[in-house]
Design a protein around this ligand. Structure first.
Ligand code: PLP
Length: 585
């Protein structure tokens, strides 16, 4: 059978002897590094406490590293081999370059087809993923960025304009005023920053707090999780460190030495290969020098109001300056009860500010800024507003505005002072993204026309249909407690023994469907289907159909159509006639 895939060449035979020795020395060096780096964090603690077990636990890693250092060099880690191969292929074409040790295709792709291929992709005869647009469309069902309404796309398709011309001030004032709807506020002050949700968070914290201030937050997912990005080097004694060493020296398939015999825990791969260093509220709080108290909650649950109440009751000196909550945890599909958090604060008569991350909830779920007495709420344009990424929207209470006068945190770009000084006249402190603002205006108009209550109901209906499909597939939601189930996205546990990244990969590879992978602690264990923003039943049905096909492709035993059928049945019973189409025959 013809094979187009280029397998690794026997690299050792291609290298001169001296470079082989140099390469081995390099490998020894890297092996030592891989030992030392993970060691550094646990060395002092562990070695001091348990010297004997410390030495014993070193042995497997040490022998692993030494044996690996005597293996031949790896084609993919040695840049000279890679370059050699690319050069060879550039000169002779992919088929010829691999002819010695590889069965190659006799029908190499014509050069016209290679346009858009990256050098490395050409080296393995694989097209770059962006070089071909499949027919149909990319079915985007991650929980942000989300599908953009066609009217919004058209609204943004404008030539550049001068924001200092007279048209801008009334237009921008309208954007600010209209944005209050999604926050559920009449009293709050809105700000619109060029930025993302993370920028909005920085703005909330730096304008209200001082370094050293005590704050309380919950940890129940990636966006409320502290240690993102540091996970690889936690400890030599953790499974992750061993896996890291293993991956570092992974052998090519045709190597003289086969891979080490212990199986690679696949569920750990995404965590190590794709550590996501997104600053989370707590991560950012620590970097900003705040004194953070964390209330630990199980992933799949929400903000523990009772635990908060205890913490606040114990704070008799009222040292806590802010309570920070992620409203909708996009890692776990959990919506916390912000009102419940406010009630817990009120029951202890605590004066702390209430700061809420509503990045994946505001504009889709019920949010009552005024009623829940929220002090700062933050969202980003690429979520429920269904715009491209690039705007951070905030609503700020009188109390939070007053707090800025005493807040000692350094701030510049996100300083509310500059916004306050310019916004009243319909101006902005920096060059605005006019296309994004046009998009925002159109998006808010669409939500207004639908009626915000209907927007919330639509999200609930889409979520409920998706949950019915999950049940019919015989799968479980990560969020077990019905009161916390998110209407922005559904997070589903992978069937036992199946890495959820495979389901996501199958959906993308075969059906051009993008659904979300599991992140951080739940990587490999869950996958996520978004129903956030610009979406309706028929669109959501396509996401469920694609997911169901991906599950089937992964060998999951489900009756085809079962999940989709359950959702369709529910939607057929609950859908409403589009208001402007009442009376159409
Ligand atoms: N908070 C939550 C709940 C999120 O889902 C995200 C992004 O997905 C963020 C914060 C970070 O927002 P951004 O990527 O817009 O900075």
């Amino acid at each position: 059978m013809e094979r187009t895939h280029v397998e690794g060449v026997n690299a050792a035979s291609e290298l001169p002897k001296t470079s082989n020795i140099i390469h081995r020395l390099g490998t020894i060096f890297r092996a030592s590094l891989s030992l030392v780096l993970p060691l550094s964090s646990s060395l002092s603690r562990f070695a001091a406490l348990f010297p004997l077990s410390f030495c014993c636990s070193l042995l497997p890693s040490l022998s692993l590293s030494l044996s690996l250092s005597f293996l031949p060099p790896l084609p993919f880690t040695d840049p000279r081999i890679r370059e050699n191969r690319l050069e060879q292929q550039a000169l002779t074409g992919p088929a010829a370059s691999s002819s010695s040790s590889v069965a190659s295709s006799s029908s190499a792709p014509p050069s016209s087809l290679l346009r858009g291929f990256s050098a490395s992709a050409a080296a393995s005869s694989k097209p770059a993923p962006y070089s071909f647009s499949p027919p149909g469309r990319n079915h985007l069902f991650v929980p942000g960025p989300v599908n953009i309404h066609e009217n919004v796309l058209r609204a943004m398709d404008r030539p550049s304009q001068n924001h200092r011309d007279p048209w801008f001030a009334p237009f921008f004032k309208e954007c600010l005023e209209d944005s209050k709807m999604i926050f559920g506020t009449k009293k709050g002050t809105p700000f619109i920053y060029p930025g993302t949700g993370t920028g909005g968070w920085e703005s909330a914290l730096t304008n209200t707090l001082s370094p050293g201030d005590k704050v309380v937050t919950f940890r129940y997912g990636q966006f409320s999780h502290l240690w993102i990005g540091k996970i690889v080097f936690l400890s030599l004694f953790s499974k992750r460190a061993f896996v890291f060493i293993f991956i570092f020296f992974r052998r090519p398939r045709n190597s003289l030495f086969p891979p080490l015999s212990f199986p690679l825990p696949r569920s750990l791969l995404p965590r190590i290969l794709h550590p996501t260093p997104t600053p989370t509220p707590k991560d950012m709080m620590q970097r900003l020098g705040l004194d953070v108290q964390v209330i630990e909650c199980e992933w799949g649950t929400g903000a523990d109001e009772a635990a908060l109440q205890k913490v606040l009751a114990a704070d008799t000196g009222k040292k806590i300056k802010a309570v920070c909550v992620v409203h909708n945890e996009t890692t776990t599909g959990v919506t916390s009860d912000v009102k419940g958090v406010r009630d817990a604060m009120d029951s202890s008569s605590h004066p702390a500010l209430l700061l809420v991350d509503g990045v994946s909830s505001i504009g889709a779920l019920e949010f009552k800024f005024d009623d829940w007495k929220v002090d700062v709420a933050v969202t980003g344009s690429q979520k429920a507003l269904s715009l491209p990424t690039g705007l951070a929207l905030l609503a700020v209470s009188e109390k939070a505005l007053a707090a800025r006068k005493h807040a000692g945190m350094k701030r510049c770009y996100y300083d509310w002072e500059d916004m306050i000084a310019t916004n009243a006249a319909g101006s902005v402190p920096y060059t605005p993204s006019i296309p994004l603002l046009y998009g925002l205006k159109e998006s808010l108009d669409l939500l207004k026309a639908e009626g915000f209550d209907n927007v919330v109901k639509r999200h609930h209906r889409l979520a409920e249909g998706t949950r019915k499909a999950v049940k019919a597939w015989g799968l479980e939601l990560l969020c077990r407690e019905p009161r916390w189930r998110s209407d922005s996205l559904t997070v589903i546990e992978s069937p036992a023994g199946l890495d959820s990244a495979r389901i996501v990969a199958e959906a993308y590879k075969r059906y051009n469907l993008s659904i979300g992978v599991g992140l951080s602690k739940v990587a490999g264990k869950v996958f996520r289907i978004g129903h956030l923003g610009n979406c309706d039943e028929v669109m959501q049905a396509s996401a469920l159909a694609g997911t169901e096909m991906a599950l089937l492709s992964c060998g999951v035993k489900i009756e085809p159509g079962r999940g989709v059928g359950a959702a369709l049945e529910y939607w057929a019973e609950t859908s409403k006639v589009i208001p402007t189409r009442c009376g159409s025959s």
